[in-house]
Write a protein that binds this ligand. Structure first.
Ligand SMILES: Nc1ncnc2c1ncn2[C@@H]1O[C@H](COP(=O)(O)OP(=O)(O)OP(=O)(O)O)[C@@H](O)[C@H]1O
Length: 475
């Protein structure tokens, strides 16, 4: 066996380790290196020639142990002849060890440095994860509290003001409500207040989480993505009902578990309770339900009036001459009932009429200008089970027939119609619909949707049937 190409004189293990890293980077390529090796730190080297290396996660430790241990020993001993073997240890998250100072080095007495995971660097391992910006206008100060959101607000306040060292009482805090009732506002308020209190917070929409994870997977830096997420104090995720895809959901589950187990706060919002997140797997749903799940009900009239007054005051900052008579504000609060977004829209519209055309704001004018908002009733949430039940009853077959593998024409067409309705009346994905129809493939659902879509253009009686079924389902 030939001698190693280069043996540094003396015991400078730290610089030999740096050369080892360069060597591994050159041998294995950038992607693999960044995924597995970039977070390894040299802790110390003992007299027997054992290099103690630390990594931040158990997973990383066992992966490197089983896949790369020998390679690291070879590379390290090529750079420093004293190195005989390595031992991998788990490093406390957020604490960077002191540099190794050779075989005789004592454990460092200096304060550990904290890694700031919030601040993205040019390093592609962290570039994959940049939380969405926190909108500081959506703060606790501007969030109005009424009967329907008092509990959610109190829990949010508590979670936001807890100190990092305090025991976490509600984890995850899960806030759910129908659209436009203030979930996003409350999440930004929590994230903003926690950050102001010195905590490392990442706020992400579910889409952003998916995007970050999928791009990290593509760039083979998913490990860095996971580690970054797991190194924070608080993770705030909005709209989890949109989390799609097995791998992404599994990763979300691991992240959730890792953070909660490590005593980090997780805050989640969705448009439905955990039990109704049908596209998520059972364990994830129960984990989400395992902390505190609170619902925010619809805004009552008093709260709507307060929100309107606040919006009006904000609008008046830009247009001091704009005003809305109290009787009109009361009318809007009484009749625009759907959600906070419509209330905002109502003020914007009144302001546009008034400032652009000079129209006086009267009750009559408001009735005319806001007609569509007043009529706007919240759409009913349709369940796949209801679709199957109603379609089965309509075509005189059983729900079991619809879910079965039977291929007789009397069952096939109602099944296709039910799948079509599931696609157009719910937000479920094709794979999810397939699962709910007796474990069928998403391509079968796609075929059914296209088939019915096509037939509706030419078959009037089918079109009438589908129309009737839609009406029955939305009543
Ligand atoms: N209690 C409240 N106090 C003040 N503003 C509110 C309140 N509830 C809702 N709003 C306002 O209503 C609008 C819609 O709220 P937000 O976006 O937070 O709703 P959401 O529940 O997250 O909706 P979606 O489910 O569509 O994401 C925002 O402008 C928000 O500031």
């Amino acid at each position: 066996m030939s001698a190693p190409a280069h043996l540094p004189a003396g015991g400078d293990f730290e610089s030999a380790w740096q050369r080892t890293q360069k060597r591994l980077r050159a041998e294995l390529g950038e992607d693999i290196y960044l995924s597995w090796f970039a977070r390894i730190e040299l802790e110390r080297v003992s007299d027997s020639g054992m290099a103690h290396l630390s990594v931040p996660t158990r997973f990383l430790k066992s992966w490197i142990q089983s896949h790369y241990a020998e390679r690291i020993v070879r590379a390290f001993s090529a750079e420093h002849g004293d190195i005989r073997q390595i031992e991998l240890e788990l490093r406390t998250v957020g604490v960077r060890p002191q540099p190794a100072r050779g075989a005789a080095a004592q454990p460092a007495a200096a304060k550990p440095e904290h890694i700031d995971v919030q601040r993205p660097t040019a390093d592609p391992t962290t570039a994959a994860l940049v939380g969405s910006p926190i909108d500081h206008r959506l703060a606790f100060d501007s969030f109005l509290v009424g009967r329907s959101n008092a509990l959610a607000h109190a829990a949010a306040r508590e979670v936001a003001s807890a100190r990092p060292s305090e025991a976490i009482r509600y984890n995850p805090l899960y806030i759910h409500s129908a659209v436009g009732l203030g979930k996003t506002h409350l999440l930004h308020a929590i994230a903003g207040a926690a950050e102001a209190g010195g905590r490392r917070v990442v706020y992400l929409t579910a889409e952003r989480f998916m995007f970050g994870f999928v791009s990290a997977l593509r760039a083979q830096t998913s490990l860095a993505f996971k580690e970054t997420l797991r190194g924070i104090d608080m993770l705030v995720i909005d709209d989890v009902q949109f989390l799609q895809g097995k791998t992404v959901q599994a990763e979300f589950g691991h992240t959730l578990n890792a953070l909660i187990d490590a005593g980090r706060q997780v805050v989640v919002a969705a448009d439905r309770p955990p039990a109704e997140l049908e596209s998520l797997d059972e364990r994830l749903r129960s984990r989400l339900a395992g902390g505190l799940a609170v619902e925010m009900g619809s805004l009552d009239e008093e709260l709507r009036l307060q929100i309107l007054k606040n919006r009006l005051a904000a609008a008046q900052e830009a247009h001091p001459n704009f005003d809305v008579p109290p009787s009109v504000l009361s009318y809007v609060a009484r009749t625009v009932t759907a959600n906070g977004r419509d209330l905002e829209g109502a003020i914007t519209r009144l302001m546009a009429h008034n400032t652009l055309t000079g129209t006086q704001i009267t009750l009559e004018m408001a009735e005319e200008a806001l007609r569509d908002l007043v009529r706007n009733r919240e759409p009913k949430r349709v369940k796949i089970e209801d679709i199957q039940r109603i379609v089965a009853r309509h075509y005189n077959v059983s729900r079991a027939d619809i879910l079965s593998a039977r291929r007789t024409a009397t069952v096939v067409r109602p099944r296709q119609i039910a799948m079509y309705l599931a696609k157009v009346l719910t937000l479920r994905s094709l794979p999810e619909i397939g699962r709910r129809f007796g474990g069928r493939d998403h391509t079968t659902v796609l075929h059914a949707v296209r088939k019915i879509d096509g037939l509706l253009k030419s078959d009037n009686s089918l079109a009438e049937d589908v129309d009737l079924l839609k009406r029955m389902l939305s009543e």
